[in-house]
Design a protein around this ligand. Structure first.
Ligand code: PMP
Length: 410
C-alpha cells in the first residue's frame, strides 16, 4: 500500500474545509484549476509582507531578495521538469501565453508556404487557435492526427507527419479524456523530418512525472495554477537552440540589452521573453507549489489519483444511464484523473447544476475542444477531474449526486 496520506494532504488546503450552501465541498474541477495549499498562500503573503520589490534592476536589499526568489523560481521549475537550467524556463501567465509565444515567435518565422503543421484532434483551443493563425498567414496546411476514444489511432503519426511538416503541437494529456498522446513516437517522427515539437503539458505536468530532456520536446508549456500554484502563473520550456530561433513576442522593458532610438538588442535567455514587470508574487508561489509537490512525490500523487479515478470509472460504468467517454476502467495503459460523462437525458449543464446543489464542483461544456465534441457527436459533457486531495468518499458523493440527477430527469 502507498504511504500516501490523503487526509494529511487535505489538511494542507484551507478551502477544502468549507461548505457550499450547507453541503461539504467536493472539488472535482481540478483540470480547470487546482486548489492551493497553505504553504503556497503563505509564500505569496510573505513576499508581500516582507520583500515586495521589483526584480532584476534594483541594488537595494528588497530588490535583491525579490530577484533571488524570482530567478531562483526558474531554477526550481527547471529541475522539476528535467530542463538544463533557468535559461530554458520562461514564466508566462498561463499555457495559452506559452503557446502564443511559440506560435507567433517561432511558428510565424519558420513555417513556410506549403509546409504543414500537425496537431491532434483533441487539442485544447489554446493550442489549436494560435496555429490556425500561423497556417492562415503563412499559407500552411493544418493536419490532425485522428483520435478515437481519446487515443491517437494507429498509423496516424506515420501518415500525417512527413517531410513537409515544420511544426507539431500536441496535447500531452487530454483535458477531456485523461489519456496521453504518444509523444515519444510523435517527437521521434517529427525530428526525423526536422520539425519542431511543442508539447502542451497543461494537464500532464501537474499530474505525472514529466522530463523534457528525456522526452526530447523542443518546447513544452504548462500552467502553474493547475499544479497548486497561484493563478496567473505558467511556464514555457524551450531547448536553448529552439529559443534562440524564437523571436520575442512581447517587446519593452526588462527584455532588452542595448536600446538606441531606432533599434535594440535582446537580453539573454530567458529574460528576452519576459518583457515588463513579471508576476513576482506568482513565481514565488509557484516555487512553493513545486516544493510542495516534490515533497509529496509526483509519482505518489499520480498513483493516488489513478486509483481514485479507476474506482470512479468502475462505479460509473456499472450504471447503464451513465455514458463515459474515453477509455474505461479496464484500459491497461497510463491515464490520469479526468472523466467525461453524460447522465441519461440530462443536459450536462443541468447535471453540473444539480451536482453543485449538493456541493460537488464539476464542469460541463465543450472543455475548450469544440471540434472534438463535434467529432464525438455530443454538444458537451460533464467532467469530473481529480487531484492529490480527492478521496474515495468523494467519488461516492459524486455517484450519489448522479443518482439525484437521474431522479430529476427520470
Ligand atoms: N491545454 C490544456 C490541455 C488544458 O487543459 C488547458 C486548461 N484547461 C489549457 C491548455 C489552457 O490553460 P490556461 O487556461 O492556463 O492557459
Amino acid at each position: 500500500a502507498s504511504p500516501y496520506n490523503v487526509e494529511a494532504v487535505r489538511d494542507d488546503f484551507p478551502v477544502l474545509g468549507r461548505t457550499v450552501d450547507g453541503e461539504k465541498l467536493v472539488y472535482l474541477d481540478n483540470a480547470a484549476t487546482s486548489q492551493k495549499p497553505q504553504a503556497v498562500i503563505d509564500a505569496v503573503s510573505e513576499f508581500y509582507e516582507g520583500y515586495n520589490a521589483n526584480v532584476h534592476r534594483g541594488l537595494h536589499k528588497l530588490s535583491q531578495e525579490a530577484s533571488e526568489a524570482y530567478e531562483g523560481a526558474h531554477d526550481k521549475v527547471a529541475e522539476f521538469i528535467g530542463a538544463d537550467g533557468r535559461e530554458n524556463i520562461i514564466f508566462t501567465s498561463n499555457t495559452t501565453e506559452g503557446v502564443n509565444t511559440v506560435a507567433f515567435g517561432w511558428g510565424m518565422h519558420h513555417v513556410e508556404e506549403g509546409d504543414n503543421i500537425v496537431l491532434t484532434q483533441m487539442e485544447h483551443h489554446s493550442s489549436l487557435v494560435p496555429w490556425q493563425q500561423v497556417a492562415k498567414r503563412n499559407d500552411a496546411e493544418l493536419r490532425f492526427l485522428e483520435v478515437e476514444e481519446g487515443l491517437v489511432k494507429d498509423g496516424e503519426v506515420e501518415e500525417k507527419i512527413d517531410e513537409d511538416t515544420t511544426a507539431v503541437s500536441v496535447i500531452h494529456m487530454s483535458n477531456v479524456f485523461g489519456t496521453f498522446a504518444p509523444v515519444d513516437e510523435i517527437i521521434d517522427r517529427a525530428h526525423e523530418h526536422g520539425a519542431r515539437v511543442l508539447v502542451d503539458g497543461a494537464q500532464s505536468v501537474p499530474h505525472a512525472s514529466v522530463n523534457v530532456n528525456e522526452m526530447d520536446a523542443d518546447f513544452l508549456v504548462t500552467s502553474g495554477h493547475k499544479m497548486c500554484g497561484p493563478t496567473g502563473t505558467g511556464v514555457l520550456y524551450g531547448k536553448t537552440d529552439a529559443l534562440h530561433e524564437t523571436e520575442p513576442y512581447r517587446y519593452g522593458g526588462e527584455m532588452i540589452k542595448i536600446v538606441e532610438y531606432d533599434d535594440a538588442t535582446w537580453a539573454d535567455l530567458p529574460w528576452k521573453f519576459e518583457g515588463g514587470t513579471p508576476n513576482i508574487a506568482g513565481a514565488v508561489g509557484l516555487s512553493a507549489a513545486v516544493d510542495y509537490l516534490e515533497e509529496l512525490g509526483v509519482e505518489n500523487v499520480h498513483e493516488h489519483e489513478s486509483a481514485v479515478t479507476r474506482y470512479a470509472l468502475e462505479l460509473l460504468e456499472d450504471d447503464d444511464e451513465v455514458t463515459v467517454y474515453g477509455p474505461h476502467a479496464d484500459y491497461d495503459k497510463e491515464r490520469a484523473g479526468v472523466i467525461s460523462f453524460n447522465v441519461s437525458d440530462a443536459h450536462p449543464h443541468d447535471s453540473s447544476q444539480l451536482l453543485s446543489d449538493q456541493g460537488i464542483a464539476t464542469r460541463s461544456g465543450h472543455h475548450c475542444a469544440q471540434p472534438l465534441m463535434r467529432e464525438m457527436g455530443v454538444p458537451a459533457t460533464t467532467r469530473a477531474s481529480f487531484y492529490l486531495y480527492n478521496t474515495y468518499e468523494e467519488v461516492d458523493a459524486l455517484v450519489e449526486g448522479i443518482e439525484t440527477v437521474k431522479e430529476v430527469f427520470a
